[in-house]
Design a protein around this ligand. Sequence first.
Ligand code: FES
Length: 248
Amino acid sequence: MKPYLCRVIENRILWADAQLLIFDAPDPSTSSGQGLARALRPGQFALARDATTREPYLRRALWLYQTEETRVAFTLPAHDPLVARVRVGDLLDLLAPLGRVIEFGANARRILLIGEGTRVAQLIALAHAAITQAREVVLVNRGENIFPAHLLSPEIEYRADDALSAELIAWADAIVASGSSELYRALAEAIRAARYRLEPGFARVIVDAPMPCGDGLCYACAVETTRGIKLACADGPAFDLIELERKH
Ligand code: FES
């Protein structure tokens, strides 16, 4: 993780109440060109603050949405105080990359991604990365505020129906979900019903926790797991469902 000073080139609604912040993020501090866009991987996030003010006082979590050459797009809730403050042309102070990368094993050819409402935004970079790795991807958006299909690669099979269907769960080699703890409970039950047991490593879920420091220092993001207390910022924010589901 390192600091980046990045200029905002877009600040707009992506859809519903999901905001898109796009930065032009060249990194002049390295001659190798290993800038922010290259440092970030699906599943990771950045912490941002306006270096000129203490409003908002704590850094805000930005979720990786897309990278393109030196540009990096993140999503965050449209009601976040940072959204109202930031103007195109502003420089923001970012810490990144944070969190563990979500990766799939070589045998995981069929990927099921389940997002609830606008939490699906946290899965879009992962969906596109899996397609470039020649995996099959089904992305299911549950609930209201369905993600606009035209923003997805046509190779991604996009559904807004029953994310927990036995057929889909039996089809998948790996699942990643982003949503409420109710969704995660229901997902664990549906997996046990469709596949008889929940195997370690089969399903990962993204925990929604405040992450003000991002560095394992404040413990604001502590998550109770079957393997003890873990930190969403350092050990997650994606955790194996089997480590969490009995704790919900
Ligand atoms: S955000 Fe401070 S310990 Fe995780």
